[in-house]
Design a protein around this ligand. Sequence first.
Ligand code: ZN
Length: 337
Amino acid sequence: MSTGAAGDAAGTPTGRPARLRLPGGAAGPEGVAFPPFIDHHVHLQMVDPDAAPQAGIAGVVDLGAELTAIAALAAREPLPRVVFAGQFLTAPGGYPSDRWWLRPGSLRELPAATRADDRRALPDPIETAVAEQAAFGARLVKIMLNADAGPVFDRATVDAIVVAARARGLLVATHAEGEGTARLAIEAGADVLVHAPFTERLDDELVALAAASGQCWITTFDIHARAGEASALGTAIDNTARFLAAGGRVLYGTDLGNGELPDGVNPGELAAMLAAGLAPGELIGALSDPWPLGDPVEWGGDALATFVPGPQPQDAEELPAWLAGARVVPIENLEFG
Ligand SMILES: [Zn+2]
């Protein structure tokens, strides 16, 4: 059975008008059905995982957790569906080793890469760490590069992590914060920046390289707005606007679990995405992009939809509030006109 995953010529998913059938068969509200909405940056260990589906989010990408806990959350039947990175991989003493919110077992400090012939027969700690993430079911690894809060990996070590991840079919997610870290992540070929770069203006050439290499950026604008960090927000929006103009792929993500954020579809995040230049169709596309999986069906899109009651507003400025009314529903509870 097909889903609401119809798309326009550019591949942007479009909504389908639908009416929700209530329990007992009574006619519910009319609205619009979309492929499952995904929050591409959350920390499920730090929130109530059951709150997301009521608020329109069918799937989440967890970007930092203890392996046993996150594997258990991912194995649960209830929504949201979970794809995860596993532990925060960082340099010894690096971010976020000193943070109060760090859950036990969620940090993995790795030594600098060594040449294979220097190691002799000893197991390589980088390969061991990446193999462990994969063994627990991670689909990606998370590299922490925060030069403002401690030591960070050098290029050779990032390269070694990328090689080890690629060898196991894992994608590479990077937290880049502080001077030069976005450049390091982009030049090393990381698949995604987990925050749109917010600590420095990237030059156009570097932005173009990120876009041309197919790197994705996860927005997380609202954490800066919430913290009153207008300069970080402005920098992230400026970098993202130029990334979009260069053809870059932007993903909706909130960093849910980082301080006080609303559950589910966050209208503040969406408003900032519009400010960065996403067109309404691109906004829906960023919410329903199946990354890091290949297809909405892998998120349950053959059986689930994100349904938004009421007609889709014509005015882009009204979209965030409308989308915040989303809920996840079984497709069999929808009647398509
Ligand atoms: Zn995060």
